[in-house]
Design a protein around this ligand. Structure first.
Ligand SMILES: [Zn+2]
Length: 144
C-alpha cells in the first residue's frame, strides 16, 4: 500500500475505525485503501468510514501451525467483505468451530482493548459470527 493511504487507514484502526476510500470513477470502496483504483487507475481520496461487520466470502481452514502462532489449530482464515466495501479484507474467524464457518456467514470484528490498540491490523483480534442470518449469495457473488 502506498504510504499515505495506508497510514491513514492504520491511524483509523488505532482509533477503532475502519477507513476505506472510494474510487471517484467506478465508486468501488477499497479497504484497506491502496491510494488508487486498480480497475480505473485513478487516485482515490474520498474517505469512507465502514462498519466492522461483514460477510465471509471465501475462507480456508488452516491445520498447519507456524512459528510464533498464538492461536489453536485448526483455525480459519477468511476474506471478509465489510458492509459497504467492494474489496475483501483477510482476517481470522474465531469463537466458532472451523467446520461451521461458511460462505455468507455474517461476522463482526472483535477489537482489542482500546488501551492496547496500535496502528496495525492486529488491533482487530479476529472476527466472530454475529448470529444474523446468512447474507444472500447474490449480495456477494461478484466478490467470490
Ligand atoms: Zn475505479
Amino acid at each position: 500500500m502506498p504510504g499515505r493511504a495506508a497510514s491513514r487507514f492504520l491511524r483509523g484502526i488505532e482509533q477503532g475505525k475502519i477507513l476505506g476510500q472510494r474510487c471517484p470513477s467506478c465508486r468501488k470502496v477499497y479497504v484497506p485503501p491502496r491510494g488508487a483504483c486498480a480497475a480505473c487507475g485513478v487516485a482515490t481520496d474520498e474517505e469512507v468510514q465502514l462498519g466492522d461487520k461483514g460477510t465471509v466470502t471465501t475462507f480456508c481452514v488452516v491445520n498447519v501451525p507456524f512459528y510464533g502462532q498464538k492461536i489453536e489449530i485448526p483455525y480459519v482464515s477468511a476474506t471478509i467483505l465489510l458492509d459497504g466495501a467492494d474489496i475483501g479484507l483477510m482476517h481470522l474467524i474465531q469463537e466458532v468451530a472451523a467446520t461451521d464457518v461458511h460462505m455468507g456467514m455474517r461476522v463482526e470484528a472483535v477489537w482489542c482493548d482500546p488501551a492496547d490498540r496500535k496502528p496495525t491490523l492486529e488491533s482487530i483480534l479476529h472476527f466472530r459470527p454475529t448470529g444474523e442470518p446468512d447474507a444472500p449469495f447474490d449480495s456477494y457473488r461478484e466478490y467470490v
